[in-house]
Design a protein. Structure first.
Length: 593
């Protein structure tokens, strides 16, 4: 068997065109030296096409001239492929072409359309080369006949100029300068962003109210779109819309407050809201601002007494030679049409509004508080007390002698609210001196303060300001800080006058963030009244007062309520949820009503 094996090995010498050369061209007669290493046959059939050979080309080799497609047909009989092998090769070629075609189609489907590029003007003899807007090299325009860099592909066109907004800038060599590059990309604003949002939300309502009031007296072209378009050459009255600003020289100087502060901390001590003086003086000046400009206003004493920073208003007047606007009338956003009142019911259902309990005060009238609790729980003989369906505490829960001290009466307040919450729903708002954040909106009082009351499902510690819906009526209000701050920035005589002014201006807290602290809102203004409530309340005042304000269509309205502080006037304000025009003040003082 050994000699026969050697003979078969000797007969398997490669012929010209055999081995690997049959796949890479025809037989080479010049410049090719092949070294064939004998290997065992792959099978006993003796097919030369299955024999492996290692070909080492000479340093100078002639390029192959035949393609791989025609190579198997040019082989000799000893190196020819079988029909099965030919069919396999053709099948592989067909599958490869299908994969290539599918890949090309996929790239075409995902290809991002190239933006049209306008060809830059060509330079000529009269062109100004120093002009930076003229490019010395014209840009290439991409069309359907563009030459492609990759032959047989349409996904890599010649380089074109990218649009300006997509050009990439090379990084600066000095990284320290990079922090200044982005500041120029921010749009410049006239003032705090919350005022921009406020002006955007209320400009349309103010404009509509101004046109309905003055359209018969002021020509349409004199309703200016912005303060920058105003001019002293305009004849007659003009109407301008913007955000009001009141410059008050007597207001507190923050630098002096820090300098004179006896507390060595990074922040100022919280002011006592009961001792804050009025900031108005004869040296006050009024301005109107928008995104473009500001203009000084000359107001009458009546308008100046109601003027404060933060309202979106339309002013009507004449331009003076010194560039001021002499105002003869002012228009706010006025009142929206609120939801129609519910159908009147025979049996009343009262919402009890109470504030300024100051639990733990040294001179607390415990007897009055006890009578009030008995009244709310229906223990008295009064039929009104038995009709109370909801209790709302409008701030002023605790008493404290110093703003930095822990308030006393925490356990007594917890016992009081848990007693009421066992029978009635109770909502508790934080006030100016309660243990919550100073800035508006104030977060709800922590549940740790109400260990017993928090176990009752009808007890809720809510935010300040607060909004809810009871018996299809929208209830909106706060603990009184915005009204007190508005009164110290104006000459409004009563809290009710300040509250109705806020309603007309559709601003819950107009002096935010000028003289009343708030969180740094940028894209929203939560103090804008977007939907008109049926009940608008403010807590912590010296005495109770209320006023019904009819809506513009006359079908509904808003009840404005100033809730008294219980330690000043021990009373509870009752609002009928079936008819908010039905209001009662229940007194628990020396002569209870």
């Amino acid at each position: 068997m050994a000699p026969a094996r050697k003979k078969a090995k000797a007969e398997a010498k490669p012929t010209p065109g055999g081995g690997l050369q049959k796949f890479f061209g025809g037989p080479k007669t010049e410049g090719i030296s092949a070294k064939v290493e004998d290997t065992p046959a792959a099978n006993d059939s003796g097919n030369s096409g299955t024999m492996a050979a290692v070909v080492s080309p000479a340093p100078v080799a002639q390029p192959a001239t035949d393609s791989c497609a025609s190579a198997p047909e040019n082989q000799s009989s000893s190196g020819a492929l079988t029909e099965v092998q030919k069919q396999k090769i053709e099948e592989n070629r067909r599958k490869a072409m299908e994969r290539k075609l599918a890949k090309t189609n996929a790239k075409e489907a995902n290809k991002i359309p190239t933006p049209n590029v306008v060809e830059a003007p060509q330079l000529n003899a009269t062109s100004n080369i120093s002009d930076p807007l003229k490019s010395p090299t014209p840009l290439k325009t991409l069309d359907s006949n563009s030459t492609l860099k990759r032959k047989g592909s349409n996904i890599t066109p010649e380089k074109i100029s990218m649009p300006d907004d997509e050009r990439r800038r090379s990084p600066s060599s000095n990284p320290q300068n990079e922090r200044f590059h982005t500041f120029g990309k921010e749009s410049w604003v006239q003032y705090n962003k919350i005022y921009s949002v406020r002006l955007e939300k209320l400009r349309g309502a103010v404009s509509s109210e101004a046109k309905s009031s003055w359209c018969n007296e002021v020509p349409p072209q004199n309703f200016l779109s912005g303060i920058a378009s105003s001019s002293s050459h305009v004849s007659g009255d003009v109407v301008i819309i913007g955000v009001t600003f009141k410059d008050m020289p007597s207001r507190d100087n923050v630098i002096e407050q820090y300098r004179d502060s006896s507390v060595a901390t990074s922040c100022l001590p919280e002011p006592d809201v009961e001792k804050q003086p009025n900031l108005c003086s004869d040296a006050d000046t009024a301005w109107l601002e928008d995104e473009t400009f500001r203009i000084q206003l000359t107001l009458s004493a009546e308008h100046m007494s109601k003027f404060a920073t933060g309202f979106v208003a339309a002013v009507r007047g004449r331009m003076t030679k010194d560039g001021k606007l002499e105002v003869n009338d002012v228009c706010l956003a006025q009142r929206l049409c609120s939801t129609p009142l519910p159908s009147l019911a025979l049996n009343p259902a009262y919402l009890a509004l109470i504030s300024g309990l100051f639990v733990g005060a040294p001179e607390e009238d415990i007897s009055a508080r006890t009578h009030a609790v008995d009244f709310l729980l229906g223990r008295s003989d009064s039929q009104k007390g038995k009709a109370v369906q909801h209790v709302m505490v409008c701030g002023g829960v605790y008493w404290t002698d110093e703003m930095q001290n822990v308030p006393s009466g925490i356990e007594d307040a917890d016992t009081l609210f848990s007693q009421i919450a066992q029978q009635l729903p109770v909502d508790v708002l934080p006030g100016a001196k309660d243990p919550s954040n100073l800035s508006l909106p104030q977060m709800p009082l922590h549940s740790y303060l109400f260990r017993s009351a928090a176990k009752c499902k009808q007890f809720k510690s809510v935010s300040n300001p607060y909004r809810c819906v009871l018996n299809s009526l929208e209830i909106l209000g706060h603990s009184g800080q915005p009204i007190r701050d508005l009164m110290r920035c104006t000459s409004l005589p009563t809290p009710m006058g300040a509250l109705t002014t806020c309603l007309d201006g559709r601003m819950l807290a107009p002096t935010v963030p000028d003289t009343l602290t708030t969180q740094p809102f940028e894209n929203s203004d939560p103090f804008v009244i977007e939907t008109m409530p049926q009940v608008l309340f403010s807590g912590g005042h010296d005495q109770a007062s209320y006023e019904w304000r009819t809506s513009s269509d006359g079908t509904s309205g808003t009840l404005c309520v100033c809730v008294p502080a219980f330690h000043k006037q021990p009373s509870v304000v009752l609002v009928n949820l079936n008819d908010p025009r039905d209001v009662h003040v229940q007194n628990f003082g020396a002569t209870p009503s």
